[in-house]
Design a protein around this ligand. Structure first.
Ligand SMILES: [Zn+2]
Length: 116
């Protein structure tokens, strides 16, 4: 499935023609991860936007979202994994709180897989 979405979000000027008629859009081709682009509507210049840096509490080379993407986990399993990964590492959250959140998502996984 190819997914494309456009955003009317204001972007900066085109580095090539200085036009401010810029648009941002996101595209995903087949099973590839979604990539975001910025494009100039005047001259057609475009570039891929850098993805956001992961939050500090995921300070590892392999990020949960890479695992979630690679293993094609759904929303609920992905969130469970995310909370397990960050348990005890995020300021203001105890490990127990995060494990409990992971359980909440796992319970939803079980509930969804139990529906015939
Ligand atoms: Zn331009």
């Amino acid at each position: 499935m190819d997914v494309c979405s456009m955003s009317s979000e204001k972007t900066s000027e085109c580095p090539k023609c200085d036009s401010v008629r810029m648009r941002k859009y996101a595209c995903s081709f087949g099973d590839n991860p979604i990539k975001k682009y910025v494009q100039c509507l005047e001259c057609g210049w475009s570039k891929e936007l850098e993805r956001k840096e992961p939050p500090k509490h995921y300070d590892h080379e392999i990020q949960p979202w890479d695992v979630i993407n690679e293993w094609k986990l759904d929303f609920w399993a992905g969130n469970a994994l995310k909370y397990i990964c960050r348990a005890g590492k995020k300021e203001g959250n105890t490990a127990v709180q995060d494990y409990k959140k992971a359980i909440t998502y796992l319970e939803e996984c079980i509930r969804r897989d139990s529906i015939d």
